[in-house]
Design a binder for this molecule. Structure first.
Ligand code: RRO
Length: 308
């Protein structure tokens, strides 16, 4: 066995054991089924699906996407069929994916998070819930990750409904992400995922209008990577649960930056749109990079960044 073959990529998130740290970011991976023609999805560490709400939602007015230098902006607005239709029509197909399945949920209010946690906890084949406390494109969507008291309450209410690992997905649109993460962990979060998109506004000056239908939107892609890396580092130094790094990750080198900064796992997001094989290529590139640091496991490199 070569040094590269011997590298152990496994990790734990609460009670969930993952064979590797590479997942897909909510909203960038379709329903989870669209990538099957490109590679064997079961090889991924886990898949996170697009956010589900209690009621069906149509989403925001178009245009919903636009490119910016180094990234993408979106104002999608959480379109989804609602939990009942989702469980009936989509979930059975997701059970065939083979990779651990993380369902991403968002509440219109705090009680909704509990309702959704209860509904999904009753279903087979779900490995964890990611609580989307940070959607920038719906009214009140950011409220759950800008106030520590609210953040804690969301977790407490969801925790009361399920033993599934709970991942709190936080917003970068705050002065200090640390107290929000501490509150989420105090409320029962098993992991923190960071970051959701950064709010911004793309403008067409000739039309004197914002480019996105709702005006403001969320920025993702390579241009937000340094913002995400800083926040992952701050979180690593603050909370004792695994951090899942998200933000502009396309390659194995990007992922390694997040691991040394303190992430235990990562999610590939915007890159899925322009390189559908990004996540699996990233996974294939990890063992040799970890071995090049003289390590035999992912765990040995997490958080090893030396800060000045
Ligand atoms: O659907 C969206 O507009 C959306 C969501 Br739920 C989110 O969490 N982050 C984002 O950038 N867009």
């Amino acid at each position: 066995m070569t040094a590269t073959q011997a590298v152990d990529l496994s990790l734990r998130i609460g009670s969930l054991e993952l064979q590797n740290p590479v997942g897909t970011a909510s909203g960038t991976y379709g329903k989870g089924l669209e990538f099957q023609p490109f590679y064997e999805v079961a090889r991924l560490g886990y898949v996170v699906v697009k956010t589900i709400t209690t009621e069906a939602r149509a989403g925001n007015p178009p245009p919903r996407l636009c490119e910016i230098p180094g990234g993408l902006m979106n104002s999608i607005g959480l379109p989804n069929p609602g939990v009942d239709a989702y469980i009936e029509t989509v979930l059975p197909k997701l059970r065939t994916l083979g990779a651990p399945l993380v369902i991403n949920i968002a509440g219109h209010d705090i009680a909704d998070f509990a309702i959704l946690a209860r509904r999904f906890a009753a279903e087979e084949g779900i490995d964890a819930l990611e609580l989307n406390m940070s959607c920038p494109n719906v009214s009140g969507g950011l409220d759950y990750s800008t106030d520590p008291k609210v953040a804690k309450e969301v977790l407490v209410r969801a925790r009361a409904e399920t033993d599934l690992p709970l991942i709190a997905k936080l917003s970068p649109n705050v002065t200090d992400i640390r107290p929000i993460a501490e509150a989420a962990v105090a409320g029962g979060a098993d992991a923190i995922s960071a970051i959701n998109t950064i709010v911004g506004m793309p403008v067409d000056w000739r039309k004197r209008r914002p480019i996105l239908g709702r005006g403001f939107g969320g920025i993702s892609g390579p241009c937000i990577k340094p913002v995400a890396l800083r926040m992952v580092r701050m979180l690593y130094e603050t909370v004792d649960v695994p951090i899942i790094g998200i933000g502009g990750i396309e390659t194995a080198d990007d992922a390694m930056e997040f691991f040394v900064a303190g992430a235990s796992a990562i999610q590939v997001g915007t890159a899925n749109y322009y390189r559908p094989t990004a996540a699996i290529e990233l996974l294939e590139g990890l063992p040799e990079r970890i071995a090049s640091l003289g390590a035999t496991s992912l765990q040995e490199v997490i958080g090893t960044l030396e800060m000045p």
